[in-house]
Design a protein around this ligand. Structure first.
Ligand SMILES: [Zn+2]
Length: 279
């Protein structure tokens, strides 16, 4: 049975006001969520974030300390030094745990990578030693293209870290689908496309178009492929700038209900998969 995971890359000062609206929708629909939060963003408003997200519905996890690159990235820039990578991974976790007073099980590196952390044992070692149990770092299609296909969860066995799970994210980084980074055109399409229904002729202009070109085809495909889960890549600042009424979230949660798809967090997924392993 396919489930949905609502996940938010909470990464800029504009995210706080957006998170207030997002939390409201989640409470209205009684739908859980995983918030990956940048340490510096949390440091700026620890009390307000604690008050907002201290709720059994929500998982709080790390989006690194300051969104610096853990690996070289063709769009987001080169990797930082090993010392800085350690700080991104370690301090990001400590802050989540201090502010929310509960374990931080997962980390989503800034931007994510086309192969996740495949072939990066030195980064996985730091992640493991920090005490994380999963990473969500595979957030692109082949060769850094959009949208990301329905990659399934896996463990980093080949790199020597069988205890660390990878939980890929799916579809478009919605900010790129909208041109919200104001970067101008980017070379991020694959030919031939893996998911042609998800390639709009231009930036999407409305929440309805966003739903039509990203959410709906991906959820439909997950059901057909019997994917264990599907999780879009959402950014609070971008959702709020594009759709201040959060209509897209309402549309999505309604559609999941119609399709009888339940919503869980990444930490729930971790428990389910580890339980399956132990049986
Ligand atoms: Zn990010």
């Amino acid at each position: 049975m396919t489930v949905y995971i609502a996940a938010y890359d909470t990464e800029s000062p504009q995210c706080l006001a957006a998170c207030h609206k997002i939390v409201e929708i989640h409470r209205k629909f009684d739908v859980p969520a995983s918030f990956f939060i940048v340490g510096e963003v949390l440091e700026a408003n620890p009390d307000e974030y604690r008050e907002l997200l201290d709720d059994k519905l929500f998982e709080t996890a790390s989006h690194t300390y300051s969104h610096k690159m853990l690996r070289d990235h063709p769009i987001c820039g080169p990797a930082v030094s090993k010392k800085e990578i350690e700080k991104e991974i370690l301090r990001g976790k400590t802050l989540i745990e201090q502010v929310f007073n509960r374990p931080c099980l997962g980390i989503r590196p800034g931007c994510g990578f086309t192969n996740g952390l495949r072939g990066a044992p030195e980064i996985l070692r730091i992640i493991k030693e920090a005490g994380y149990r999963y990473v969500s770092s595979l957030l692109w299609g082949p060769d850094y293209t959009m949208p990301a296909p329905l990659n399934r969860p896996f463990r980093y066995l080949e790199e020597g870290f069988p205890e660390i799970w990878e939980f890929p994210g799916h579809g478009w980084h919605e900010n790129l689908l909208k041109g919200n980074n104001r970067s101008g055109p980017l070379r991020i399409l694959l030919f031939p496309p893996l998911m042609p229904k998800m390639i709009p002729p231009s930036y999407v202009k409305t929440p309805e178009e966003e739903f039509e070109f990203n959410n709906k085809p991906l959820i439909d495909m997950a059901i057909v492929e019997d994917a264990p889960y599907v999780s879009l890549i959402w950014h609070p600042w971008s959702l709020n700038a594009f759709d201040p009424e959060m209509k897209m979230l309402e549309m999505t949660f309604r559609y999941l209900r119609v399709k009888d798809i339940s919503v869980i967090t990444f930490s729930d997924l971790l428990s389910i998969l580890n339980e399956d392993l132990s049986q």
